[in-house]
Design a protein around this ligand. Structure first.
Ligand code: FMN
Length: 158
């Protein structure tokens, strides 16, 4: 399958997880692209109407994974801006993850995942799975578990 991993990553954590996903999904036999969202005019003070400099075209992908950091107890505004501007996800099966710095899923992780799910479902995507990685000393185990989970989800879909 052709898989697009569409991420926003300000300080590299979400990109690191995306790279681990790319390695595993490529080893599973998929063709994988990572596309990193950039905000026109820089990353400062984005709002949901901000323009994305390089909005990825999702048409060529059989599966899409969205990944973003939690900012201020919410989904990053750059990912929100991108998804708000996507016209439709009809027929797409997607998975979503967020990375975050504060302990516990309830310090923004659950809310950001719900925001991601809601935007995707409002554009008629099927959300097959979600994950939260807390960037602490146990992150490697959380990343390994997320990578295994998303790899299994895609195998089940085939
Ligand atoms: C402006 C800002 C706000 C943040 N707000 C939260 C937050 O509300 N909850 C949380 O758990 N982490 C928060 N963090 C930490 C980031 O979510 C965490 O470091 C994340 O892994 C960064 O991902 P990135 O390196 O891909 O940008 C915040 C970081 C920044 C820079």
């Amino acid at each position: 399958m052709k898989i697009g991993i569409i991420i926003h990553s300000r300080t590299g954590h979400t990109h690191f997880v995306a790279q681990r996903l790319e390695e595993k999904l490529s080893a599973d036999g998929h063709a994988v692209d990572i596309q990193q969202l950039r905000l026109a005019g820089g990353q400062d003070a984005p709002g949901k109407d901000s323009m994305i400099q390089n909005p990825p075209d999702l048409n060529g992908y059989d599966r899409v994974i969205f990944g973003a950091p939690v900012h201020a107890f919410s989904l990053s505004k750059v990912m929100e801006a991108y998804l708000t501007q996507v016209s439709s996800l009809t027929g797409k099966t997607v998975a979503c993850f967020v990375t975050k710095g504060l302990p516990f899923d309830w310090t923004g992780g659950n809310r950001a995942i719900n925001e991601l799910k809601e935007i995707c479902e409002s554009k008629w995507a099927t959300v097959s799975g979600t994950g939260i990685v807390i960037w602490n000393k146990n992150r490697q185990k959380q990343i390994d578990d997320l990578v295994e989970k998303f790899s299994r989800l895609i195998d089940l879909d085939e």
